[in-house]
Design a binder for this molecule. Structure first.
Ligand code: ADP
Ligand code: MG
Length: 585
């Protein structure tokens, strides 16, 4: 059995040899406290780094076993451990040669607590998946440096981050309890008929548009209006006061720059649990809520948008609408119908990122352009039916038009970053207005047509090789096909994008058959992941990318994070190679 000494010796013997000879260290090594598994060795110093796994038995790690009986708690602990590894790995990173020689890396998390393949903990062991830059001098092996990296740095990292004794246990417990409290709060939403709950004292604004850290010093902390305060129960912190937004049609209104978008953004991110200190730890939202925005230029394939758009120019069909270049309104119509198809329970829209003509059509415009000349039925005439017929709630930021007052159940006004409930006033204004607008929404919401995804919906790999998958922030690539995900605002980590890319390939391999509805494909993929973890996504891919499934364990990626069916659907729907077929009921 290879152990730490043999690995050390082996690496030293490689000193000065050609970099390719590193390939020989692939395999398992029994270190005194843990197993080190070298899964993949990089081909040269500048290639993607080498992948290793560490398996640490609980006999050494010594986490209290009663904390490891709940899935959620395991997720929270693993998330905490990942963050510790990020920090300590940074301090251990030494320059051990050219390029990335000596780097130790684990997939860095966002402020959301997510299940990731980088780390897992159960009653038996902890498994951490890291990448390392195997040291080189030029193109030669720096064997002594490699021995120091793998046989000294890594054991130090393990000792400092993965054993219970070495950790700040109070911080760990706080992390876990924060997660459990958020879960408990979210678990009470349905009972109180709520879409979302924002706790008193929450810090909603972020540092900047590109920095997800909380705005600390200048932030006005959230104060729920006294008369509309609600109390929910936590597990570890007693009863918590906050503002609950009921199911139905809700508006967030208020002057410009008074915090409307910031509130909605926190609400849409409330589908995730957040780390202590984030400010949104107790902002919780039902997990099937989908943020929608206009996205002109996107591709749409075979979506029945006739519920909201009809009689397009040049006789273009709206009951299976396709375009390679959607307009603002058609992109939003497609996004709405796709979200419904995927099973959304709530829709969030911000006027800042919505197509005006999709949202409103006021009485003056109705007088000038008759209904038969306007393909779009504005959302204001559909939003009620969406809730009454489909039980899909809506939260809208709408500071620029009062037309929604008539159809809203709740109106919240933001003033100086604080909410007031102004439903009564808004309703009175709508009534006094005498309904000058003509409702244009008809009797029913309209048709929702499921689609089947055809088998040849993905680009083909080069020379029949499997598709190359790449993930970048806000974009994924399948072969040469780019899928722009900038408009999919509830994706928070590139690791989710990578997982989604693999999930698309997986769905194509097992479920895109031209028969199954997209919604049942999503069911299938999500269920497979639930039962087999994100590692199921590597099924059917060999270590060299070939399709032989023999060597799958070398495909245990450490850079995937959990995602929802809605984001998977969003990525599939944006594939420009997608082919669908309506499943008329
Ligand atoms: P609106 O959508 O009403 O125009 P935003 O939500 O975009 O306003 O907020 C305007 C600015 O105020 C943003 O820079 C945001 O970061 C900041 N902001 C929002 N909420 C708060 C708050 N509670 N405390 C301090 N600053 C805030
Ligand atoms: Mg705004």
């Amino acid at each position: 059995m290879a152990n730490r000494q043999t690995l050390q010796q082996q690496l030293k013997n490689l000193e000065g040899r050609s970099y390719r000879e590193y390939k020989g260290i692939k395999g398992n090594y029994e270190f005194p406290d843990f197993s080190l598994i070298v899964d993949h060795v990089q081909g040269d110093p500048f290639a993607a780094p080498s992948r290793i796994r560490i398996k640490l038995p609980q006999a050494v790690a010594q986490f209290p076993p009663d904390g490891l009986t709940h899935y959620g708690t395991q997720v929270a602990i693993a998330d905490y451990l990942t963050r510790q590894v990020v920090q300590v790995a940074q301090s251990l990173c030494k320059k051990r040669g050219s390029g990335k020689s000596g780097h130790i890396h684990i997939s860095a998390p966002s402020p959301a607590i997510l299940r990731r393949t980088a780390m897992w903990i159960d009653a038996n062991e902890i498994e951490a998946r890291l990448t390392v830059g195997l040291p080189a001098l030029g193109r030669r092996i720096a064997g002594y440096e490699a021995a120091a990296l793998l046989c000294e740095d890594i054991p130090q990292l393990v000792a400092r981050t993965l054993t219970y004794q070495a950790l700040d246990q109070r911080a760990l417990i706080h992390h876990v309890q924060t997660f459990e409290d958020a879960e408990a709060l979210r678990g009470q939403l349905a009972r109180h008929n709520l879409v979302t709950f924002i706790a008193a004292g929450a810090c909603l604004p972020r540092q900047s548009g590109i920095d997800e850290r909380p705005l600390r010093d200048q932030a006005a902390l959230f104060v729920p209006p006294e008369a509309h305060c609600l109390e929910l129960e936590t597990v570890h912190n007693g009863r918590i006061k906050g503002l609950g937004i009921q199911k139905g049609v809700s508006l967030i209104v208020g002057g410009g720059y008074h915090g409307k978008s910031t509130l909605l953004r926190a609400i849409e991110q409330g589908i995730y649990n957040h780390v202590p200190g984030d400010g949104r730890e107790q902002v919780v939202t039902e997990t099937n809520a989908v943020k929608l925005r206009a996205e002109d230029g996107r591709s749409v394939v075979g979506v029945n948008i006739s519920a909201v758009i009809n009689h397009l120019p040049q006789g273009r069909q709206s009951d299976h609408f396709s375009t390679t270049n959607a307009s603002g309104s058609t992109s939003q119509a497609a996004g709405l119908m796709e979200a419904i198809e995927a099973g959304a329970g709530a829709i969030f829209i911000d006027e800042d990122t919505a197509a005006t003509n999709f949202m409103i059509r006021d009485h003056n415009m109705q007088a000038l352009i008759s209904k038969d000349k306007e393909p779009i039925t504005p959302f204001v005439d559909k939003v009620r039916q969406l809730y009454d017929e489909q039980a899909i709630s809506t939260i809208l930021v709408m500071g620029g038009s009062g037309d929604y007052f008539a159809v809203a159940d709740t109106v919240i006004a933001m003033q100086d970053y604080q909410p007031q409930v102004v439903t009564q006033q808004a309703k009175a204004i709508a009534q006094a207005d005498g309904n000058r607008r003509q409702p244009e929404g008809g009797q029913r919401f309209g048709e929702i047509t499921p689609r089947a995804v055809l088998a040849d919906s993905l680009p083909v790999g080069k020379k029949d090789r499997p598709l190359k998958i790449k993930a970048r922030p806000e974009m994924l690539m399948l072969g040469y096909e780019e899928v722009d995900l900038r408009a999919v605002e509830q994706i928070v980590e590139v690791h989710q994008i990578r997982a989604i890319a693999h999930a698309i390939r997986y769905a194509q391999q097992y479920y895109f058959d031209g028969q199954r509805s997209l919604s049942s494909v999503l069911d299938n993929v999500m269920e497979d992941i639930r039962l087999g973890s994100l590692d199921v996504l590597s099924h059917g891919i060999g270590s060299d990318g070939s399709d032989s499934s023999e060597k799958t364990n070398t495909r245990l990626w450490g850079d995937l994070a959990e995602f929802r069916r809605f984001e998977l659907a969003a990525a599939i729907n944006r594939l420009r190679t997608l082919k669908t077929q309506p499943l008329w009921l």
